[in-house]
Design a protein around this ligand. Structure first.
Ligand SMILES: Nc1ncnc2c1ncn2[C@@H]1O[C@H](COP(=O)(O)OP(=O)(O)OP(=O)(O)O)[C@@H](O)[C@H]1O
Ligand SMILES: [Mg+2]
Length: 239
């Protein structure tokens, strides 16, 4: 990796759980202002890849760096202060805390004077959340909880937003809402690493994609080209 390489650069990443190899030497990058999708079926290694970035699982890699800074030995909160925010699989909001407090948890170690503005920006992106400001997050619907999880990640004003299957378990109309928000964030210059089983959604939101099978990259290219690839269409778009 050259010293000038910006964005996220991952080279030869592997993750194992004891004898189980979940990720087997994959490489990918997300340039500054760019976006990458990682598509794969159940168990392909998508979540393990993201957890490795944040040091949540043991991993090996030749390079794992953001803006030229190695992520290898940084604790998760330092990675957030570098400008990467993570929306984990299954949302992981705090059900007993109000929506407002959940959002504030995403602003951990951020300057207090900026928080009101950031919260307004989140409520502007997700107008449906604002009236639940003082409501325990556990009372929200699945779609609202996903929006809260994304909003919480945005409270750190990330340069790179990392999302693990934001469409999981949501009705198509809610997936469309979330896609709209992610598109707006892209237009505002936020970089995105989007992990999904929903290939159609991912092709529509990203510049480039990699396809993971059994922990290996089996296809990669521009999202537009992959969407038209007959093999990818058959397996991942069901056409
Ligand atoms: N904590 C764990 N202990 C043991 N094996 C695990 C663990 N977590 C994941 N695995 C295994 O690692 C492989 C990759 O799992 P991973 O969760 O990364 O896949 P995924 O692509 O995110 O799947 P999904 O679409 O179901 O979320 C699978 O074979 C899974 O069973
Ligand atoms: Mg997963």
């Amino acid at each position: 990796m050259g010293a000038a390489a910006g964005g996220l650069v991952v080279e030869n990443l592997s993750v194992s759980y004891g004898q189980v190899a979940a990720v087997r030497g994959i490489s990918f990058s997300v340039p500054d202002g760019g976006s990458l999708g990682i598509i794969g079926a159940n168990g392909a290694g998508k979540s393990s890849t993201l957890k490795a970035l944040f040091g949540l699982v043991d991993s090996r890699a030749d390079t794992m760096a953001f803006q030229g800074v190695s992520l290898r030995s940084l604790p998760p909160h330092r990675i957030v202060t570098l400008g990467i925010a993570y929306v984990p699989e299954g949302r992981r909001i705090f059900p007993g805390l109000t929506v407002r407090k959940n959002l504030l948890m995403g602003a951990y170690r951020q300057p207090w004077r900026r928080l009101d503005g950031r919260m307004e920006r989140v409520y502007e992106l997700f107008p449906g959340l604002k009236r639940f400001d003082r409501t325990p997050a556990g009372a929200l619907s699945g779609g609202q909880q996903q929006m809260l999880a994304i909003g919480r990640a945005l409270m750190s004003s990330p340069r790179l937003l990392v999302l693990d299957e934001p469409s999981m378990g949501l009705a198509p109309v809610l997936i469309d809402d979330i896609a709209g928000v992610l598109r707006r964030l892209r237009e505002q210059g936020v970089s995105m690493l989007l992990v999904e089983q929903n290939a159609k959604l991912t092709f529509g939101l990203t510049d480039r994609c990699v396809v993971l099978e059994n922990g290996r990259v089996v296809e990669e290219g521009s999202s537009a080209a992959l969407r038209d690839d007959p093999g990818v269409r058959r397996i991942y778009l069901g056409m």
